[in-house]
Design a protein around this ligand. Structure first.
Ligand code: GRF
Length: 205
């Protein structure tokens, strides 16, 4: 199945937004508009950056909702209001439920700081160090209903060095996140991805 091109991107964040910056830096070659930056936390550093860039921002706090389904429904409604058809999870620290995923089926990208399927979930860099891994890296994938389980689009490998801490490893991985995420987003919005089962093929155009 060839995935259709995209037009209007929302980037969902919860924190500093360095991956958001890498996406915004690529905006002239993306071929789609970064129309909205949304955070579940008003304190997310990436929101101020988005405002400086003239991108619309929204804060949708999960505290205002009784359960995940209600939050997800409100989130889908907000994204539809902005005519969003592609969603990027760039450090969005909330698990999205099945209603949300099915509303944007194969239209959601996530960046994860490990070589999936190793070390899904929280503190992937800490998990790699804890396991004594010799390499780790990052993965860009399509989001399905599991936690960090969707079809893999791209990965980069970095060494885990003797004496690494969670932070030194995270910094080494982050450089590659900033390279991979905008490129995978470009492939998706330009309709260059094909899904064959769990396998993602990347077409020249
Ligand atoms: C990144 O390490 C990303 O892989 C993970 O959350 C972090 C977000 O960092 N999902 P930033 O907010 O993009 O700087």
């Amino acid at each position: 199945m060839r995935l259709p091109p995209g037009r209007n991107i929302a980037v969902l964040i919860s924190g500093r937004g360095s991956n958001l910056r890498s996406i915004v830096a690529s905006k002239d070659t993306l071929g789609a508009e970064i129309r909205l930056v949304l955070s579940n936390k008003a304190s997310a550093g990436g929101l101020a950056f988005a405002e400086e860039q003239g991108i619309a921002t929204e804060v949708l706090s999960h505290r205002e909702f009784s359960d995940r389904a209600a939050y997800d429904e409100a989130l889908v409604g907000l994204l539809k209001k902005y005519s969003i058809d592609v969603v990027v999870l760039a450090g969005f620290m909330r698990v999205l439920g099945p209603q949300f995923i099915s509303s944007f089926s194969n239209r959601i990208l996530n960046i994860h700081p490990s070589l999936l399927p190793s070390y899904p979930g929280l503190d992937a860099q800490g998990q790699a160090i804890e396991h004594g891994a010799k390499v780790s890296g990052c993965t860009v994938h399509l989001v399905d209903e599991g936690t960090d389980t969707g079809p893999i689009i791209d990965q980069a490998v970095v060494p885990v060095l003797a004496g690494d801490t969670r932070d030194t490893l995270a910094a080494r991985i982050l450089v590659h996140e900033h390279r991979l995420l905008p490129r995978a987003l470009q492939w998706l919005v330009q309709g260059r991805l094909e899904l064959q089962g769990r396998n993602v093929l990347i077409h020249e155009e």
